[in-house]
Design a protein. Structure first.
Length: 723
C-alpha cells in the first residue's frame, strides 16, 4: 500500500546516515560511541518511507536506538523545508508520557545541537487540553465560593485554598506540575475545556496556559504529542475540519507513530463514551447543589449553590429555584436506582454486557431506569435552554455574566451528549458496531457502576482518518510482529500491506545476560487458591533471593492485592520496601522504585510497558500470568465473538497474538541497557504445557533457560544473580 504523491526523493540516505557513523556529527558527541547496524538499517527504512511517501511499519528491539533513527530524518525533513522557505511540519506521537518527555526534553535538543540547528526549526510538546488549568474557571469558582454560603466547607475549603495557592504560583498550569494530586471534582471544574472555552473573548486569553501551549505548537515544525491528542485532531479533521488547516493541532503532512502497537487501544478509548453516578452527580451539582446543615433538613432548606443559582441573580425577576432543585433531584434519584441495578448485576459477574440473550433482565432491570434518566436529562436540558433563552447567544456587557453563560451552555451540551449515550443502551439491539457494558468501580470507600459504549472495530477509522490522508506515516514499536510477521497488527490497524516493513532485533546480549525461568510444578492458573498461594510463595522467595530490585507484573488487580498483602510484611523484615500500584501517582511510584534499588514494585496493566529502570534497580522480573485478556473484558470478548461469527478461530487469531505482544512488552522491561542482566520468571506453566506456548517462547530473544521445579529455579536464580 502506498499513500501520498509517489516518490519524492526528499533527501539522501548517505548524508543523514553519515552523522551516525564513526566520525559523524552525532557520533563525535557521544563518548565511547559504537555504530549500530540495526539503527542504521532502521533509519534507511524510515528515509525510504519519507522519500516514497509510504506507510511504513518497523519493529525495533530495545537498544536499537529507534528514537534517533526516526528523529534524524524528521529533523532533516523540516530543516530542508526551512532552507526552501517552506513551512514543513511533522507530528511524532507516543503512547506514554515518559517517552513523550524523553523525546522533547532530551533527544530532540541533543540532535538539534549536534546538527547545528540553533534557530528556525522548533519543536513543541503538545498535551491535551484537560491537562491545563483554566484561570477564568478558577476565578469564577472563587467568586462563586465568596458569594454562595457553604460552597466549600471544612476540609473542602482547605483543599480549595491549597489549590488556589498552587494555581497562582504555577508557570505552566499543568496538572502534573502540582506537588499534589488535584482533587478530581475540583479539577473538573477548573480544567481547560473545549465546550466552555471562550477563546479570544476570555479575559485571561493572553495568559491562558493552554493557548500558550497551542501558540508554541503553531510556531513549531516538530510536534511531540500523545496518541489521545493525535486522535482528537484526526477526529476533528475527519468529521469536517479538513486536513489543510488547523484543528486541535496546526496542519501537518507526515506522522511518526512511536509505540505504534497501542494505536488500536488508543483509538478505541478515544471513540468510547461512559458515565457513572459519581461523575454525573458532580456535573448536576455544578449546575444546582443543595447543601443542608445536619443530617436532615426541610426541602430547600440550607444553602443552595451552583451555576443556575448564580444565573438567577442576574435575571430581572428572581424566580424560585424550586424547579432547578426538582429536576436535579429527579435525575439524582434515578441515578440511585440505575446504580443499584448496575451494581447488582456486576455482583453476579465482573462485567455485565448488553447482548441478545439477556433481553429479559435488561428489559426488566435496566431499560426502565435508563429511560427515566434519558427523560430526566431531556427535561433538565430543556429547562436550562429556557433559562438561557432571554440571553440569546450573544456576549453580555457584564464579563462575569458572559463567563457564567458559557459554563452553563457547556454543561448543557455535556448532558445532551449523555442523552445519546443512554439511547445507545436503550437501543442496544441496533448498536451492532458498538460494545456496551457495565462494570463495578471503587473510588475510596464507595462503589459505583460505570456504563461504557465503545466501538467494536476501529480499523476502518484508522485507515480513513490516519493512514490515507497524509504523505507518509511511519509506525515504529518494539512489538509489532507476531511469529515474525506484521499480519496481526496490520489487520487491526485497517491496513492490507504497507509499502515498507522491517524487523530490527535488539543488539543486547540476552543469551548471556538473561535467565528465563519457568516452574513446571506451578499449579494451573485456573487452580484458584492453590495457584494464588503458589504465586504468593514464589514471589516472596524470589524477591528474597534477588534482594529486591524486582518488578512483579499481574493481569489482575485482585491477585496483585492478595500477593502484596501476603508478601509486604515479610519483605519489610528483610529490608525490602514493597510498592503497590494504586498507592500513589504512577510517575511518583516509578520514581520511588528507580531510586530504591532494593524495592519491589507490584503492578498490573499499564506497568507492562513504559517502565524504564536500568541497572540494579531491576534485576528480577516476575510475570505471574500470561497476559491473555480477561474473559470478562468486554471489547476483546465482543471482537472474539465477531471473529467466531465470521468462521474464524478467535483464540488463535486474536487472543494469542494480543497476549504475545503484551508478553513481549512485559519481558522488555528487564533489559534497558546493554550492561543490564537479570532473571525473568514466568509463573504460568501454560507456556510450557500448552500447544500455543511455543509462540510465546518464539517471540523472545535467545536467553539462558531454566524450566524445572520451583526449588531448582530458586537456586538457579540465586547463582545467576550472584555472578
Amino acid at each position: 500500500m502506498q499513500t501520498g504523491d509517489g516518490e519524492e526523493n526528499i533527501f539522501s540516505e548517505d548524508e543523514i546516515l553519515a552523522q551516525l557513523e564513526e566520525g559523524g556529527a552525532i557520533a563525535n558527541r557521544i563518548p565511547y560511541y559504537e555504530s549500530r547496524e540495526g539503527q542504521l538499517e532502521l533509519m534507511r527504512l524510515v528515509i525510504r518511507g519519507f522519500n516514497q511517501n509510504a506507510v511504513t511499519a518497523a519493529e525495533a528491539g530495545t537498544g536499537v536506538g529507534k528514537s534517533f533513527a526516526y528523529l534524524l530524518p524528521a529533523i532533516h525533513y523540516v530543516g530542508l523545508g526551512k532552507k526552501q522557505d517552506e513551512q514543513r511540519r511533522i507530528v511524532i506521537s507516543t503512547a506514554t508520557i515518559n517517552l513523550q518527555q524523553q523525546l522533547f526534553e532530551k533527544d530532540i535538543p541533543f540532535l538539534f545541537s549536534a546538527c547545528g540547528i540553533n534557530g528556525g526549526v522548533k519543536a513543541a510538546l503538545v498535551k491535551g487540553r484537560g491537562n491545563f488549568l483554566c484561570m477564568r474557571r478558577l476565578r469564577d469558582l472563587q467568586k462563586e465560593a465568596a458569594a454562595q454560603q457553604g460552597l466549600f466547607t471544612g476540609a473542602e475549603a482547605n483543599v480549595f485554598e491549597s489549590f488556589v495557592e498552587w494555581a497562582e504560583a504555577t508557570k505552566t498550569g499543568e496538572k502534573t506540575d502540582a506537588p499534589f494530586v488535584p482533587n478530581p471534582a475540583l479539577w473538573m471544574q477548573t480544567a481547560s475545556d473545549s465546550d466552555s472555552c471562550m477563546n479570544a473573548r476570555c479575559p485571561y486569553f493572553a495568559a491562558c496556559f493552554y493557548m500558550k501551549n497551542r501558540r508554541e505548537a503553531a510556531q513549531a515544525n516538530i510536534l511531540v504529542v500523545n496518541h489521545h491528542v493525535l486522535f482528537a485532531d484526526l477526529a476533528a479533521r475527519y468529521e469536517g475540519a479538513g486536513y489543510d488547516g488547523s484543528a486541535v493541532l496546526p496542519a501537518y503532512e507526515r506522522i511518526i507513530l512511536d509505540e505504534a502497537h497501542r494505536i488500536e487501544d488508543s483509538a478505541t478509548s478515544f471513540f468510547s463514551g461512559n458515565f457513572s453516578r459519581p461523575a454525573l452527580n458532580r456535573r448536576i451539582s455544578r449546575l444546582y447543589r443543595h447543601k443542608t446543615r445536619g443530617a436532615k433538613s426541610a426541602a430547600f432548606g440550607g444553602a443552595e449553590n451552583g451555576l443556575l443559582v448564580r444565573l438567577r441573580a442576574y435575571m430581572k425577576n428572581i424566580v424560585s429555584t424550586e424547579k432547578d432543585a426538582a429536576l436535579a433531584g429527579s435525575i439524582l434519584e434515578t441515578l440511585v436506582d440505575l446504580d443499584d441495578a448496575g451494581l447488582d448485576l456486576c455482583g453476579i459477574e465482573a462485567v455485565f454486557r448488553f447482548v441478545p440473550g439477556r433481553d429479559g433482565i435488561i428489559q426488566s432491570r435496566l431499560i426502565p431506569p435508563l429511560q427515566n434518566l434519558r427523560s430526566g436529562l431531556l427535561a433538565f436540558c430543556a429547562h436550562i435552554d429556557s433559562l438561557l433563552e432571554p440571553f440569546g447567544g450573544k456576549d453580555e456587557p457584564d464579563a462575569a455574566l458572559t463567563s457564567l453563560l458559557w459554563e452553563i451552555r457547556a454543561a448543557n451540551r455535556y448532558l445532551q451528549s449523555l442523552v445519546k449515550l443512554c439511547e445507545d443502551f436503550i437501543n442496544y439491539r441496533e448498536a451492532v458496531r458498538r460494545v456496551l457494558w457495565i462494570e463495578r468501580r471503587r473510588t475510596g470507600n464507595s462503589e459505583s457502576a460505570v456504563w461504557t459504549s465503545a466501538p467494536l472495530e476501529v480499523g476502518a477509522i484508522l485507515k480513513d482518518a490516519l493512514f490515507t490522508p497524509f504523505k507518509s506515516v511511519i509506525a515504529v514499536s518494539a512489538t509489532l510482529s507476531v511469529d515474525g510477521r506484521f499480519d496481526y497488527w496490520l489487520e487491526r490497524a485497517g491496513l492490507q500491506a504497507p509499502a515498507l516493513t522491517g524487523c530490527f532485533p535488539s543488539p543486547f546480549p540476552y543469551r548471556t545476560a538473561v535467565l528465563l525461568a519457568v516452574p513446571v510444578d506451578a499449579p494451573p492458573v485456573t487452580g484458584g487458591k492453590a495457584y494464588q498461594n503458589f504465586v504468593n510463595n514464589a514471589v516472596l522467595r524470589l524477591c528474597r533471593v534477588s534482594g529486591g530490585g524486582a518488578l512483579v507484573l499481574f493481569t489482575s488487580y485482585d491477585s496483585l492485592r492478595q500477593t502484596y498483602a501476603s508478601c509486604a510484611g515479610a519483605l519489610a523484615q528483610a529490608g525490602i520496601a514493597a510498592l503497590k500500584q494504586g498507592d500513589d501517582d504512577r510517575a511518583r511510584l516509578l520514581k520511588a522504585f528507580v531510586e530504591d534499588e532494593s524495592s519491589v514494585l507490584f503492578a498490573t496493566d499499564s506497568f507492562w510497558e513504559g517502565v524504564d529502570a536500568p541497572g540494579e534497580t531491576l534485576r528480577l522480573l516476575i510475570i505471574c500470568r500470561l497476559p491473555f485478556a480477561s474473559p470478562s473484558d468486554p471489547v476483546p470478548a465482543a471482537r472474539c465473538e465477531a471473529l467466531e461469527r465470521a468462521g474464524k478461530n478467535p483464540f488463535m487469531e486474536l487472543s494469542v497474538p494480543e497476549a504475545v505482544m503484551k508478553f513481549r512488552q512485559g519481558f522488555g522491561r528487564l533489559m534497558r541497557r546493554s550492561t543490564d542482566r537479570g532473571v525473568v520468571a514466568v509463573l504460568d506453566s501454560r507456556i510450557v504445557n500448552k500447544f500455543y506456548g511455543r509462540r510465546f517462547f518464539a517471540a523472545l530473544p535467545e536467553t539462558k533457560q531454566c524450566i524445572a521445579p520451583f526449588a531448582e529455579i530458586e537456586r538457579a536464580a540465586e547463582i545467576f544473580l550472584n555472578g
